[in-house]
Design a protein around this ligand. Structure first.
Ligand code: SAH
Ligand code: SF4
Ligand code: F3S
Length: 487
């Protein structure tokens, strides 16, 4: 018999995504050692995806998963270092978990992910009640570290690897709907954007064997999943050179991102494919033509600009200027005319002048982003910017510029959504709408959320929805027909 455990994670997902309840189905017979773990994930989707690898490693050790922290023998926090605030959130959470530990002396606490990697053994000194600290490339050593921790020996493994992709580990899906899944296609990042901590916390870029990616996507489709999102810090730089040669710089690329995307799209027209994140310096026309060619590759590109000013982009070490970025946007718009385009934007980076800030606002108007994730600059220790530039824009000014960027984005999002009224979109039904249990929520190809009455439709079906109203966050409509794909 299967136990349905309600696995509720207080995930914060940094500023990006807010907590959602997650369910996971585990066979009760799998739980051999009568121990349970509880896991919370913070930060980007990559961390959420890694938590599914960790869940797989632990369930192979006989651990069951629990949503109730008070019943957990092991509490894990998969952490993020991207901005100072992300780290503060984790520290606050650790304090409250430590209070729980006072009442449950046998309980072990582990810190995983980017903060573990950044702070290493300092974590054990600073946060006395943490038992293990494990970096993103060291999850295979969790069983050993846990064994030692049970004997009272605290452990740290933050070794970064040039090879680890966890390709052979089949993730335990922690999402509840069984319709949408994330697949890591690569790890690490070789770009050295001067503001960014990721190259330090995630190590060198490496691509995962395409055979294992394809097998994972096929397996998900056979299990009833309808959408996969391919994940990497810079998916456009995915390259497979064969198992032996993947580290050799000069070795021939056997499969690039466009080709990988195509092979996933070919699994079945009913399986939608998304990907994130694209890098403006690397996104090729080949990728754009591949998106245009396959109906099931979603017309949505997340192409973070960071700043609209070339001098600022240079200090950010992004390796493109504003003219290059605009040219890439023009290419997207001509090759994929109805493509959704989104961005990440940082305000108040080192040395940013008012004029440079105005260039960011102009760029936003030029592109007409459908949505953006917007942040004010937060200096990260050890990064290029921290070593080279002064964090000289006062916090108030960073925030004032951020407010302007956010206000403009809200206007652009609203205009973009209003333009969709009267159009019909194919939508994959994902879940019950948060606001009204009589309505479904799903997304169109462009990644916009659409809400509509449930009628007799079911989760996992594709429906054609006519948009009737819109606000800055979503579209609302009615189903006009079942999409042919369901037949
Ligand atoms: N690999 C992705 C982004 C990963 S981090 C890319 O290259 O686009 C997600 C976003 O966080 C970044 O795009 C950037 O906008 C923001 N970010 C990263 N470091 C930051 C910092 N130090 N301060 C503020 N925002 C930051
Ligand atoms: Fe960070 Fe730049 Fe790599 Fe993105 S591409 S993860 S912003 S270093
Ligand atoms: Fe955060 Fe690490 Fe992702 S720093 S954004 S969890 S790669």
């Amino acid at each position: 018999m299967k136990d349905l455990l309600d696995y509720t994670s207080n995930k914060n997902h940094d500023e990006k995504r807010q907590g959602e309840a997650l369910n996971v189905i585990l066979q009760s017979s799998d739980i051999k050692n009568n121990k349970h773990f509880y896991i919370e994930s913070y930060g980007c989707q990559m961390n959420f995806s890694d938590s599914e690898i960790v869940a797989s490693i632990l369930s192979n050790q006989g651990y069951g998963i629990t949503s109730d922290i008070f019943k957990a023998d092991l509490v894990l926090l998969n952490t993020c270092s991207i901005r100072e605030k992300a780290e503060q959130t984790v520290r606050t959470r650790l304090r409250s978990i430590n209070e729980i530990k006072q009442q449950r002396p046998g309980m072990l606490i582990g810190v995983l992910g980017c903060m573990a990697e950044r702070l290493k053994s300092k974590f054990l000194e600073e946060e006395k009640l943490v038992d293990i600290v494990v970096g993103p490339d060291a999850y295979r050593s969790l069983p050993e570290l846990l064994e030692d921790a049970q004997d009272g020996q605290k452990g740290v493994n933050v070794l970064l690897s040039r090879e680890e992709t966890y390709a052979d580990i089949s993730p335990v899906r922690l999402d509840k709907n069984g319709i949408i899944a994330f697949i890591s296609i690569m790890r690490g990042c070789d770009n050295m954007c001067s503001f960014c901590v990721v190259p330090f916390t995630r190590g060198r870029e490496r691509s995962r064997d395409p055979k294992s990616i394809l097998a994972e996507a096929k397996d998900l489709f056979e299990k009833g999943y309808k959408e996969v999102t391919l994940l990497g810090q810079n998916v456009d730089s995915y390259k497979w050179k064969g198992e032996e040669k993947h580290q050799e710089k000069e070795a021939e690329v056997l499969l690039n991102f466009a080709q990988l995307l195509e092979s996933i799209a070919k699994i079945n027209p009913l399986l939608r494919v998304r990907f994130s994140t694209s890098h403006p310096k690397d996104i090729t026309d080949e990728v754009l033509h591949t998106i245009a060619k396959y109906e099931n590759i979603c017309n949505n590109i997340h192409l973070p600009v960071q700043s609209g000013n070339s001098a600022c982009l240079e200090r950010m070490n992004r390796n493109y200027d504003s003219a290059w970025y605009k040219e890439r946007i023009d290419a997207i718009k001509s090759i994929i005319p109805d493509c959704g385009i989104s961005s990440d934007i940082i305000t108040g980076f080192c040395g940013e002048t008012e004029e440079e800030h105005q260039d960011t606002l102009s760029m936003m108007k030029y592109v007409q982003y459908d949505y953006s994730y917007m942040f004010y600059y937060s200096e990260r220790p050890g990064t290029l910017a921290a070593r080279k530039y002064q964090d000289d824009v006062p916090e108030d000014e960073k925030k004032r510029r951020l407010t302007q960027v956010v206000d403009l984005q809200y206007q652009l999002s609203l205009q973009s959504n209003l333009r969709d009224i009267g159009k019909t979109f194919k939508v994959l039904i994902e879940k019950v709408s948060k606001k009204d249990t009589n309505e479904w929520a799903g997304r169109n190809s462009q990644n916009k959320t659409i809400i509509f009455p449930k009628e007799n439709y079911k989760i996992g079906q594709y429906v054609n929805v006519l948009v009737e109203t819109a606000n800055k966050a979503m579209l609302k409509g009615v189903v006009v027909s079942l999409a042919d794909d369901n037949l």
